[in-house]
Design a protein around this ligand. Sequence first.
Ligand code: GLN
Length: 305
Amino acid sequence: MINYQEILDKIYNEVYAEQYRGKVADYIPALARVPVDKFGMAICTIDGREFIVGDAHENFSIQSISKVFTLTLAIDKAADTLWQRVGREPSGNRFNSLVQLEYENGIPRNPFINAGAIVVTDSIFEGIGKTKNNILRFVRELSNNQTISFDEEVAESERIYGDRNRALANFIRSYGNLNHAADDVLDVYFHQCAIPMSCIDLARGFLFLANKGFSPIANKQILNIRQAKRINSLMITCGLYDAVGDFVYRVGLPGKSGVGGGILAIIPNQLVVAVWSPGLNEAGNSLLGTLALELFTTYASNSIF
Ligand code: GLN
């Protein structure tokens, strides 16, 4: 049996020796205050074992990792129309880019770039308050943590500095691909990004993706096997924006990142691993988080390949 604790401890020591840790996201000022030297990692296996190292219990802003939660809700509720409104191809552009939207007529390339996630949130929209509650209830249930809530300060910071996301939402709406008012959908989107969670919360919360759609934490079938396969596949091709090729090359797993410095990765039928290091690379993905996951699959000789 692989000794995951030994591997995590080894990774922790190696990562701490790194001189350059990347740059904390500062385009959302509330995120710029997070100390760059934080590092945590957690593993949850589908048979109930958990391993942690460093700041694995400390909350950070999940940011774009929330796009996996909302896609999960949408795939279950709005699947018939969803794929007419959002594509399934890697974008090759930054996560908040506008360029493709015009020549692709307001259909975002995939659900994990900002434009796509805004459409996904629109597809599950049932009023601002209700949609926010639905998301929160879902995340709490999946992670078995009723204390998870929105960080209003981060959400407000995203709103104030959200001109680019407002541009995206309004542009999409001009093509008829947003059914609700742009500011209402963005209110929910900013809040879903501003959920603070820890590595252990995330590793528990996404166990259903490693376990054919069944969450051992919530003791519930969240998605069917085919739906779970599809979300994992989308993470392989689109989960780390325009750096997804490099990530999959190095790590060999489906993953999803956020500008809070978190990355979550799945080994199907085995485990979820979540890592947090707030310093980002140029693509907006955690620099040392990517390195830690690369070391993880290397030392464990365990990936999907
Ligand atoms: N809230 C961030 C944004 O909309 C999420 C981006 C990310 O994590 N990549 O810009």
